[in-house]
Design a protein around this ligand. Sequence first.
Ligand SMILES: Cc1cc2nc3c(=O)[nH]c(=O)nc-3n(C[C@H](O)[C@H](O)[C@H](O)COP(=O)(O)O)c2cc1C
Length: 348
Amino acid sequence: MTSPDAMTLSPASVSDDFPADGRFEQQVTFLLRFAILAPSTYNTQPWRFRVSCDGVEIFADYTRRMPVADPGGRELLMSIGAAVMNLRVAAAHFGFGCDIAYNHSGASEAALANVRLTPAVAQHQVDRALAPLFPFIMRRHTNRHAFLLSRIPVSVLERASALADGTEARAMTSTDGERNARIADLVARGDRTLMADAAYRRNISAWVHAHAASHADGLPAQAFGFDGRLAAIAPWATRVLDLGKIRAAHDKNLCLEAPGLIALCANDSTGNFLAVGELLECILLHLTCDGLHHSYFNMPVQVPELRTELQGVLDVSVPPQLLLRVGYSLSEPIRTPRRPIEEVVQYL
Ligand SMILES: Cc1cc2nc3c(=O)[nH]c(=O)nc-3n(C[C@H](O)[C@H](O)[C@H](O)COP(=O)(O)O)c2cc1C
């Protein structure tokens, strides 16, 4: 894990002062500063980039996989997909053409994506659907506070679903109280099952930190609502105590009160995990643009029996990969840190 004295990058500190007269590799590095603002499971930031003469290769950093919470690297790959989406959005905003060749072979040393970036392309070659999402890369944050009860316009949720069109994934939205209550039960059961497992608790506690400024990765305890003395003991408490019942009650309530739930569903494959990650970030940037906040309820997806039940409740032909709640909030979510760009970028 990154040492505490590493200079951390917070979204607020990313300048959008593009080096128009800089070398190609400086420009690509500049774009990558936005890629790494993507969400990642437990803020593990499991990516590496190699800048070449015509673009960038994107690799998984499997040393950052969570062996118990994410044994197959499913969430790791989704996190990388989210970073790919941010790169595509930033490239479009700064006038780059962006062609991506994916490699789904699963070989751990191979690049997962080879992104060819063409500077200063003609307007019609820029992805005009993605460019307007750029400002929301800096504004998107996971918000674990309670949301307001205000309803979400149907058109907003319909658009989130439609963003999955043409992909292998489905984005199922639900505002149905009865169905959401059944999902809330699964979330609570997921919390109790996972937190009862000491190995799982050890794994996640390694990525929870007592102080917001002490690490360049992982999650400050404040992100879960712990403050002061509670924050100081949060990593220890997460590791040692089975807080499953407390967490289950808390999450169940948040889920029941959520104005909307979104489940991203797809069959299990390396390509689909990357695609779900891209879809996730695209949806989140759109929701942020609409003034909405989001957080995750992945526990039932991480427990195989509950995942099957969740698929039944959602009445969808492919299994769920991610479960989110969305709504409006007056509370500002805490900013999570990022590792310095120099730590994740190499040059050919
Ligand atoms: C694939 C994936 C799974 C995630 N799962 C959870 C989760 O189960 N619970 C949670 O609180 N946050 C979850 N997150 C959110 C991350 O913790 C969050 O993105 C990270 O800490 C960075 O913070 P930010 O989203 O505010 O930039 C997940 C994110 C991704 C990309």
